[in-house]
Design a protein around this ligand. Structure first.
Ligand code: ACO
Length: 364
C-alpha cells in the first residue's frame, strides 16, 4: 500500500519550488516578463560598466552589512595554496578546485568571512589555472583593481582598460539574481546557523551544474562547431530534432530576452571591436538569430529567449579565458550576491525547512 492509495487528496508538490516565495530580499529584483534586473536599487544598465568593488559594496550595504572596507583581490593562505598545488597535480577540474580551496578558508566572524571569500575567489581561480598549465601562481598587485587583478593573475600581463571594463561589466551582470539555485543553497546553509564559508562552498557546488552556471562553455562550443553563419540553421535544427537543449537559451524566470544578455552583448561588441575578433561576434549574432527562430518553431509558446550564458561565453572568450574558467569566473561575480544573501539570511534568522510528501510504501 502507498500513501496515494489512501482516500485523502494528494497535497500539491511544487516541483522545483517554482512560484514559491521563500525569502524577502533587498538585493535584486528579477522581472521575467519585462526583462528587467534591478540590483540593490539600481538598474543593471546603470551598474554595468562600474568597478565590481562598487557593486559588492552596494549589495553588502543593502543587506545591512555597511561600513565594510572596499573589497580587494587577496593573497592566499599557505594551506589554500598547498591544496591548489595538490589539486592541480591530481588534475582536478577548476570548479572542484574552487570548491575545495574555499573550504580551506577560515574567518572569525561574518564580515571578515565575506571579505575573505570575495577577495580570495579570483586568486584561487587564477592560481589553479596557472598551476594546471604548469606555471607558477602570481600574487595580486596592490596597484590594480579587482577585475584587473584577476586578468593579471591569469596571464601575467597588465590588461587593456577595455578588457578590464569588459570583465567589470560581466562580474556586475552576474553579481546577484534573486533566489537562484546556488543563492538558495547558500541561504539554506546559513539558516542552520552555519558559517559563510560553509554556505558559499555549497553554493559553488550548486553553480557547477549545466542547468545553472555550467552552460557558457557548451554555448561557445556550439558557436565554434557551427563555424559559419550559413551552417547555423542545419546544425541547430538537428540538435533540436535529437531532443537536445540549446545552451544559452531559456530561463525559469525570464520569458523575454534576459536583460543581462543585452548588457553583455553590448560589452562584447565594444570589446571585440577594439581588442578581439569581430568575425566571431558576428557569427554569434547569426547563431543567436537562428536559434531563436528554430526554438519558436520547435517549442512554440514556450517563450525561450537568449539567457545570460550565451554572450557570457563570447565575452569571456574575448577576454582570453579558457572555457574551463567560465563557470569559476561566474562564481567570482556571484560571490558578491552569495555573501550579501548570507548577511540577509543571518539577519532574518529563520531556519529554511520545507516539507516533502511521502509517496513510498507503508508497512503492512
Ligand atoms: N533548448 C531547447 N528546448 C528548451 C530549452 C533549450 N535551451 N530550454 C527549455 N526548453 C524546452 C524544454 O525541453 C521544455 O519543452 P517541453 O515543454 O516540450 O517538454 C520547455 O522548453 C520548458 O522547459 P523547462 O525545462 O520546463 O524549463 P525550465 O524553466 O525548467 O528551464 C532552463 C530553464 C533549465 C534554463 C532551460 O531553459 C535550459 O535547460 N536551458 C539550457 C541551459 C542553459 O542555458 N542554462 C543557463 C540558464 S541561465 C543561469 O542559470 C545563469
Amino acid at each position: 500500500m502507498t500513501m496515494q492509495s489512501q482516500a485523502q487528496p494528494a497535497p500539491r508538490v511544487h516541483e522545483g519550488l517554482e512560484g514559491v516565495l521563500a525569502a524577502a530580499t533587498r538585493l535584486s529584483l528579477v522581472d521575467g516578463e519585462r526583462g528587467e534586473l534591478i540590483v540593490a536599487g539600481k538598474r543593471l544598465e546603470e551598474l554595468a560598466g562600474r568597478p565590481f568593488e562598487h557593486t559588492v559594496a552596494l549589495l553588502w550595504k543593502a543587506a545591512g552589512a555597511s561600513g565594510a572596507a572596499p573589497v580587494r583581490a587577496a593573497a592566499l593562505p599557505d594551506l589554500t595554496l598547498a591544496l591548489l598545488r595538490d589539486a592541480a597535480a591530481a588534475g582536478a577540474g577548476s570548479m572542484d578546485a574552487l570548491r575545495m580551496a574555499i573550504g580551506t578558508l577560515t574567518a572569525a566572524e561574518d564580515a571578515e568571512a565575506a571579505h575573505l571569500l570575495v577577495g580570495s575567489c579570483p586568486t584561487i581561480v587564477a592560481t589553479h589555472a596557472r598551476l594546471a598549465a604548469g606555471s607558477e601562481p602570481l600574487a595580486p598587485r596592490p596597484d590594480l583593481g579587482f577585475a584587473a587583478n584577476y586578468l593579471y593573475m591569469l596571464s601575467g600581463a597588465e590588461p587593456h582598460p577595455e578588457q578590464v571594463r569588459g570583465l567589470d561589466t560581466y562580474l556586475n551582470t552576474v553579481a546577484d539574481h534573486g533566489l537562484n539555485a546556488s543563492t538558495f543553497t547558500a541561504r539554506t546553509i546559513v539558516s542552520t546557523g552555519a558559517d559563510f564559508v560553509s554556505a558559499v562552498t555549497g553554493a559553488v557546488g550548486a553553480l557547477k551544474g549545466p542547468l545553472h552556471g555550467g552552460a557558457p562553455g557548451p554555448a561557445l562550443d556550439m558557436v565554434f562547431e557551427i563555424g559559419e553563419a550559413s551552417r547555423a540553421d542545419r546544425y541547430l535544427r538537428r540538435k533540436l530534432e535529437r531532443g537536445e537543449r540549446l545552451m544559452g537559451f531559456g530561463h525559469r524566470i525570464y520569458k523575454v530576452r534576459d536583460p543581462r544578455a543585452d548588457v553583455l552583448e553590448a560589452a562584447a561588441a565594444r570589446m571585440f571591436a577594439r581588442t578581439g575578433d569581430a568575425r566571431l561576434y558576428e557569427l554569434a549574432r547569426a547563431v543567436e538569430a537562428a536559434a531563436l527562430r528554430l526554438l519558436e518553431e520547435h517549442k512554440p509558446g514556450r517563450r525561450l529567449a537568449t539567457n545570460v550564458e550565451f554572450y557570457t561565453a563570447l565575452l569571456l572568450h574575448g577576454l582570453g579565458l579558457d572555457t574551463a574558467l567560465f563557470t569559476p569566473t561566474f562564481a567570482i561575480g556571484r560571490m558578491a550576491g552569495w555573501t550579501a544573501h548570507c548577511f540577509e539570511q543571518r539577519a532574518s534568522g529563520r531556519l529554511i525547512r520545507p516539507q516533502s510528501v511521502y509517496v513510498g510504501a507503508l508497512p503492512a
